[in-house]
Ligand binder design. Structure first.
Ligand code: SAH
Length: 347
């Protein structure tokens, strides 16, 4: 046990541990250790970002998808998924509303292969011209390097592509045969080489995850050095092959958020919607464990229920049109302030 505390101190000092040390830490998680690492992570985060929380306006552009990830509610073979796709006017309306609310980052996220390359290029160009002071983040899955480059040249600044797991064996248990671990990792390297600020990430408690695969995730973050890292609990979705699998836990997610903050002090770390879904105060707890970003939903209320990656997702009802105010109040309740800012990583 004392060994685990020693490892946390070492991580805080050196920002690096061996795979077996990460594994031991993950296996040693308990309330006292969580509090210990969380206090350190919170101090590190506020020493860089003060009590400021960055917001991203999340626009869920559509739920068509060419992939069949076993955990995901918008997987292609889910016939119960009510499909939708936003057009240019819808997206620009979301941006307008978001800009007026103080958002300076727009995230366009959706199923893979949802738009033709040229459509994305053109919408990125338009947003870039209309809102030159905003960052444009894409999260549209795996593409080839030329496509990523074209979107970057059009004005996209950031790309979110969770690696999902850093273990090839584990990856293959979460995805059908036609998806490739190597290709996903190659995409992340391509995005970085092009010049995007890149976000990777994974689900906590996904089926077949072990302390060993989690240790590999932490080692991957340590060596890849992403600008952002999105982690949230796996939550089962009723129309997927993983419908009966156990969901991830609040506590393990909080523990991992804190460890990631110590690995890379300046990383942009969201307290995710999935975390807010498994616990009504999950996002607040995430911030107190070292996260510094929230991503309120800017999608039209009429489509929110349809973007059902997992069951019981929050902020999908009519009453939640105004996610930003709700989150502002939540952040204020724990002594933090949402800021009107692009929210770039502090180097
Ligand atoms: N298609 C895009 C982004 C859409 S999904 C892409 O591949 O990057 C965004 C993230 O939601 C996924 O990367 C995955 O980690 C997460 N997700 C999917 N299904 C989930 C589930 N059942 N529980 C929790 N998170 C899930």
């Amino acid at each position: 046990m004392i060994e685990a505390y020693r490892l946390v101190d070492k991580l805080e000092r050196e920002h690096s541990l061996s795979l077996s040390e990460y594994k031991l830490l993950i296996e040693s998680e308990n309330e006292a250790l969580r509090t210990y690492v969380s206090n350190k992570a919170k101090t590190v985060a506020t020493s860089i970002y003060a009590n400021f929380i960055y917001v991203r306006g999340l626009i869920e552009v559509g739920n068509y998808c060419r992939n069949d990830c076993l955990y995901c509610g918008i997987r292609k073979s889910n016939t119960n998924c009510d499909r939708y796709i936003l057009d240019e006017e819808d997206i620009l309306n979301c941006c307008k509303e978001g800009y007026d609310l103080g958002f300076r980052t727009f995230v366009l996220q959706g199923g893979e292969g949802i738009y033709k390359k040229d459509f994305v290029t053109s919408i990125v160009q338009k947003i870039h011209v209309l809102y030159p002071d905003c960052a444009i983040t894409l999260s549209l899955g795996e593409e080839d390097k030329e496509t990523y480059k074209e979107w970057f040249d059009a004005g996209a600044n950031r790309y979110l592509l969770r690696h999902e797991t850093a273990s090839k064996g584990h990856y293959e248990k979460l995805h059908p045969e036609n998806m490739s671990f190597e290709h996903r990792m190659q995409c992340l390297r391509d995005l970085k080489n092009i010049g995007y600020q890149v976000g990777c990430g994974f689900m906590v408690g996904s089926p077949y995850q072990t302390s060993e695969t989690l240790a590999m995730d932490l080692k991957f973050i340590e060596t890849f050095k992403p600008d952002m890292c999105g982690i949230g609990p796996f939550i089962s979705q009723k129309d997927t092959p993983f419908r009966d699998m156990k969901s991830g836990t609040l506590n393990q997610t909080l523990f991992l958020l804190s460890l990631i903050r110590l690995i890379q002090p300046n990383i942009l770390l969201p307290a995710t919607t999935a975390l807010g879904t498994i616990d009504s105060k999950g996002r607040e707890k995430g911030i107190l464990a070292g996260a510094n970003v929230v991503m309120p939903n800017l999608s039209p209320v009429s489509v929110r229920k349809k973007y059902a990656l997992y069951d019981n997702k929050i902020c999908t009802g009519e009453e939640s049109a105004e996610c930003k105010n709700c989150l502002s109040n939540r952040m204020r309740s724990i002594g933090y302030e949402i800021v009107t800012d692009r929210g770039d990583i502090k180097k």
